[in-house]
Design a protein around this ligand. Structure first.
Ligand SMILES: NC(=O)c1ccc[n+]([C@@H]2O[C@H](COP(=O)([O-])OP(=O)(O)OC[C@H]3O[C@@H](n4cnc5c(N)ncnc54)[C@H](O)[C@@H]3O)[C@@H](O)[C@H]2O)c1
Length: 265
């Protein structure tokens, strides 16, 4: 098989407690399962209770302990209690992955105000509220690995992607500022910037919008990717596992591309 979809080598995460938001589908689910295969105890946070339970069951099928909670990360008051619920079962987290995210399309001069607000509330505010719930404990314990899911659109915007791209630029900025603020405490904060990742809900939603607007599909855009294949959730999970490990000790405030060369900046 030319695609590398393996779960990769171990990053020495056995026994760590990892919380993953938006883990009910796509990239977040792949990250939760990757942590499970590493031997982590995994806290699954998802907006949808059924999906949270399904991912937690898949995690437990790997032979590790899981906990799950339903929470909308955009609801500020709900976020800290949701993480507290995971912590009550699993113990204090070593790893936080802020992966929950949504996309809305529209030209900036026309975009629906509600869509603009919602994208920022989930993608940017959601990451901030999650960090505020979890990172102080990490700082107090002297250890933590935070990984925020940004996007290559957090480095290079494009027409129709204005709200999404601006929210992801903000995630990169938030990552850098928090990394600097907690530097020296044992907590590192990095971001991952995936490119065109298939087999996720967001990709299916994006493909439907592209088709309606007569824009190129993911399959057509693969020709523009230097590695000549789309990305898969496991590609992102592999890099996330590295950033969640002690092997990335000397990295903080980074925004690491996982794009097959689509974006090199
Ligand atoms: N698929 C891609 O090409 C791509 C590229 C770059 C970045 N990303 C980012 O990767 C992350 C995961 O996306 P995906 O492609 O796996 O899509 P996805 O839709 O399968 O996953 C997003 C998850 O976030 C959850 N979520 C959405 N709003 C939430 C909320 N308010 N509270 C809690 N959970 C919420 C969803 O239920 C879903 O499980 C997102 O942050 C996305 O922006 C995806």
């Amino acid at each position: 098989m030319s695609d590398n979809r393996s779960s990769g080598a171990s990053y020495g995460l056995a026994g760590r407690v990892a919380f993953v938001t938006g883990a009910g589908s796509g990239i977040g689910r792949a990250i939760a399962l990757r942590f499970a295969r590493e031997g982590c105890r995994v806290g699954v946070l998802s907006r949808d209770p059924g999906r949270a339970a399904a991912t937690a069951a898949a995690v437990e099928a790997e032979g590790v302990v899981a906990a799950h909670v339903a929470c909308d990360v955009a609801e500020r008051a709900a976020v800290a209690p949701a993480f507290a619920q995971l912590e009550a079962v699993l113990g204090p987290p070593h790893i936080l992955v802020n992966n929950a995210g949504i996309i809305r399309f529209g030209k900036l001069l026309e975009i629906d105000e509600g869509d603009w607000d919602r994208v920022f509330r989930v993608n940017t505010d959601g990451a901030l509220w999650s960090c505020r719930a979890v990172v102080p404990g990490m700082v107090a314990r002297g250890y933590g690995r935070v990984v925020n899911m940004a996007s290559w659109m957090g480095k290079q915007a494009a027409p129709l992607y204005g709200a999404y791209a601006a929210s992801k630029f903000a995630v990169v900025g938030l990552t850098q500022a928090l990394a600097a603020e907690v530097a020296g405490t044992g907590v590192t904060v990095n971001a991952v910037c995936p490119g065109l990742i298939v087999e996720t809900e967001m990709r299916r939603q994006s493909e439907a919008v592209m088709a309606r607007r007569g824009l190129p599909s993911a399959a057509e855009r693969v020709a523009t990717i230097p590695l000549k294949r789309p990305g898969y959730p496991d590609d992102v999970a592999n890099v996330t596992a590295f950033l969640a490990s002690d092997q990335s000790d000397y990295m903080t405030g980074e925004a690491v591309n996982v794009t097959g060369g689509l974006w090199m900046g």
